[in-house]
Design a protein around this ligand. Sequence first.
Ligand code: ZN
Ligand code: ZN
Length: 158
Amino acid sequence: MNTYTGGCQCGAIRFRARGLSHHASICHCRMCQKAFGAYYAPLVSVRQMEFEWTRGERKIFRSSNLVSRGFCGDCGTPLTYEAPDGMAVAAGAFDDPAAFPPSIQWGIEAKIDFVDHLHELPGERTEADQEAESFLHEIVSNQHPDHDTPDWPSGAHP
Ligand SMILES: [Zn+2]
Ligand SMILES: [Zn+2]
């Protein structure tokens, strides 16, 4: 059985999903834009999967009478969309988001026009920005690595 792990940016919340059946989508609705602070929300349904929280407890915002949005209360990473018919997890929160290519777009009535043209924009690699060189040289990441850890922050429990 396939196992997929993930969590929030700071590592306070971690989860594990097991199973084969997964359905990934992008939602353009205004609620998802706002909840993710993004142009659209990438979501992986875990309805048919075995899902468990392995570290920490998400916070919940009830975005409507029927839907709850889970997120990390420490770092703010959006984590879930929870409806009466099941839960979906933010695709980017998985350790390997590339494992869930989306197969459908929802809420296209709210789609922001330029989203269809993002791939036409000029692109640059991070290291190509010469002015950011010293910034990149000095940066120390506090982001949780893309795999489970026995302790986090590492060394917190010697
Ligand atoms: Zn967090
Ligand atoms: Zn939505």
